[in-house]
Design a protein around this ligand. Structure first.
Ligand code: CAA
Length: 261
């Protein structure tokens, strides 16, 4: 079940269809450099082909950081064209992550700043340990978020809160992140693993085709006006009735037994 080398910059572990990815540069607080982006691309190449995949959970190595941002020592050397390429590559990999047909969840175990917060925003939702710290501090470095933060943050927490966070660079704690809807739940950091296990069981029990279709309805629909988004939902709802999962799920309900998907 161990698919990635334990010493890789993105370590990964697969258990019964649920993959845990760990950004693994703890000495640099798991900062995202090209090596990490490349390792994420390699992971996605495999995840996109994994027909048995049920979920992806992402965290950072160590107990101090999820991801403390894009790698500043690396970015310091970039010219404008190189910066465009760096951000473009990272944005592409985060979009691929977001569009996996299974839930992708950030388990935020500490500093979640800049590109780290953008990684968490590209996940379907995030939960946090109580020591987590969030922020988009880019303006303090003379730049702006480049891995999707100016676009996904307002979509998640609303434009006024996103503007305040992005233009001040202010850091917020886990309780504040919960209050503004940046994370769904806060728990003692030691309980993130238990959350991951429980979530993994839930994901394995639900109908995978329906889960993927639901994600598509949400993401595609959010980009459309309500009327066309509702039409999209109707079409995808109907599509569920053309597959095996609906027959099995409803038969199991009527027969008072667990469904086998
Ligand atoms: N890039 C490169 N290295 C980083 C890093 C980053 N984003 N964040 C931390 N590190 C390194 C530190 O340089 C330090 O390395 P050394 O031991 O070699 O000196 C090591 O990680 C440990 O960090 P600190 O000693 O600074 O730890 P601390 O507890 O004193 O502070 C912190 C923690 C507040 C998170 C601080 O490290 C910090 O402010 N980090 C930078 C956060 C940041 O600005 N992130 C946004 C980056 S810009 C971005 O992400 C652009 C984008 O949108 C694409």
């Amino acid at each position: 079940d161990h698919l990635g080398a334990a010493d890789s910059v993105v370590a990964w572990h697969r258990h019964e269809g649920v993959v845990r990815l760990t950004v693994n540069r703890p000495k640099a607080l798991n900062a995202l450099n090209e090596e990490v982006i490349e390792a994420l691309e390699t992971a996605l190449d495999a995840l996109e082909r994994d027909a048995e995949l049920r979920g992806v959970l992402i965290s950072g190595a160590g107990d101090k950081a999820f991801v403390a941002g894009a790698d500043i020592t690396r970015m310091r050397e970039l010219t404008a064209p190189e910066a465009r390429a760096f951000a473009g590559r990272a944005q592409t990999v985060l979009k691929r992550l977001e569009r996996l047909p299974v839930p992708v969840v950030a388990l935020v175990n500490g500093f979640c700043l800049g590109g780290g917060c953008e990684l968490a925003l590209a996940c379907d939702w995030a939960v946090a340990g109580d020591n987590a710290v969030f922020g988009q501090p880019e303006v303090q470095l003379g730049i702006i978020p480049g891995f999707g933060g100016t676009q996904r943050l307002p979509r998640r927490v609303g434009p006024a809160m996103a503007l305040e966070l992005v233009t001040t660079g202010r850091k917020i704690d886990a309780a504040e992140a919960l209050r503004i809807g940046l994370v769904n739940q806060v728990m003692p950091q030691a309980e993130l693993d238990t959350y991951a296990e429980t979530l993994g069981d839930e994901l394995r029990a639900s109908a995978p085709g329906a889960v993927g279709t639901a994600k598509r309805a949400l993401y595609d629909g959010m980009e459309q006006p309500l009327d066309s988004a509702l039409a999209l939902e109707t079409g995808l709802f109907a599509l569920c009735f053309a597959g095996d999962e609906q027959a099995e799920g409803m038969a199991a309900f009527v027969e008072k037994r667990p469904a086998r998907f």
